[in-house]
Ligand binder design. Sequence first.
Ligand code: C2O
Ligand code: CU
Ligand code: CU
Length: 575
Amino acid sequence: MNAVRQIVFSAVLLFLTVDFSVAQNPLFIPPTLSGTSFDLNIQNGTTQFYPGINTPTYGINGALLGPTLIVNKGDWVTMNVTNNLTGAGNSTTIHWHGLHVPAMDDGGPHQIIEQGTTWSPDFQILNSAGTFWYHPHGDNKTDRHVSKGIAGMLIVKDSAEAELTLPRTYGVDDFPVIVQTKAFDILNQIAISTELDTAVCVNGTIRPYLNAQAQVIRLRLLNGSSSRSYNFGFTDNKSFKMIAGDAGLLDNAVSLTRILLSPGERAEIVLDLQGMTGQTINLISFSSEMPNGIYGAATVSGMMGGTIPNYNLNPLNGADFGVLQLNVVAPTVNPVTTMPGSLITNAPWTSYTVARNFNLQPDTMMSPLGQVAGPFNINGVHFDMNTINFSTYLNTTEKWKISNNTGIAHPFHIHDMHFYLLNINGGAVPDYEQGKKDVVLVMPMQYVEFITKFEDFADDMIPYMYHCHLLHHEDDGMMGSFTVIDTTSAGISTVEKTKFIIYPNPAQNFISIKFENQISSAELTIINLLGEIVLSSKINNINTARIDVASLTSGIYFFQIRAGNEFQQMKFIKQ
Ligand code: C2O
Ligand code: CU
Ligand code: CU
């Protein structure tokens, strides 16, 4: 325990003192859902983070966070996501962070789930075994919705991983560790963007302990925080092996004593607790070791003296604090007793045909090196729902250079694809960062380069996102969008599992719909990119229909059809 600084702190905005020395709550292990059809009900709830104190929260199938979804590579899955949130302005989205899926199923800001409605994307799991997550991505409300509790883990299994000797029994020797810090105001409401996120939660549990068996265990670390990075390690610098990064297994397990995770990043680590029955070991964030500029370090200050207001009031910043206490108990039957060595063979792309530059920069270019508080943009522009920042072509391999021209480190994330790092500020990439990634922390005044390939999914109208994963930076517009275009397809588009076609597309005055089978009764709606219904009508006993769209302003729309539980949607352009 001596490595853990004990902190007692109070400030006007905090209603409780913070003392990390006593772990007193059993770690909550989210229940699992598996199979190929998942019902996810986003709802309001109440959580007691501290005994007797009720805090309004949001959760999925519960009051806080969501179930861990377990899927198999190759399976087709259907996600039925229902938005049952109450309160004004709570349309939302659910994004499958790290999954390689079609743009229309990605759950970015454009796949809006209105309150009281269900969104049912279906897609094939193409990712290899790894630890992913799902969270809201609504335009300008990601931080609020994630902070209030909407997020969950998603585990992909595959045959290559199954062949390895690794702990993989969920909740027994394989544990989800979703680390988030939260801020509470004096009314016990979860607050955002206060810099006073003093409550450290794992799976929503404050001051958690876990009874772990004296054997080899696996922890799936996910940084689900809004802003904070963690520099994870254990009591007495006990070493562990990292087996997977963001999006899958490494070539070889890497021995480490620290792993730095920025928001959105994941790491699967394996820890040997054999012979430790009766002992206690802590997962700690050694934040005192984090360099200036990383949110959570002692200082985030620009070269020309910029600061983040209230940053110094948070006792976690620059402190070494306990995250999860492991109480070691007797082993189970047939425990894993060996630490992993070689794992799989990754095949990073080696050449590329397109190079792109992304400059992370402050809105005010006056003393850019001093800017740490934002707002920030990418290449001079903020995210806009109706703009697509660039397009690429299906099967293009690209090198992206992400340059940070600010005083704060930004975790850069890309949807759809994973990438392999080529270099970090021109230097070598450490072993543990050589796997598939989808988030990379770019240090102040440095750059990283990575290589990626836009495979499998093209859509000439629905974009994917790239953005900073500090959620208030993202909400403030530090995000862009891109489409992946297939040069071989043109004209009429069809949904994945064709139930109808619409034509002409683009349309001027009318669109015609032709159904595969006769429709006895259905509701047709047309929504704009903001999710607003601009037209709706009911149809009965027909297999073709014609809709007057002359009055719509030009732009991209979604045509939706609902019949009972069935829901299909297709985009079209109004000229
Ligand atoms: Cu984890 Cu675009 O998000
Ligand atoms: Cu994502
Ligand atoms: Cu940022």
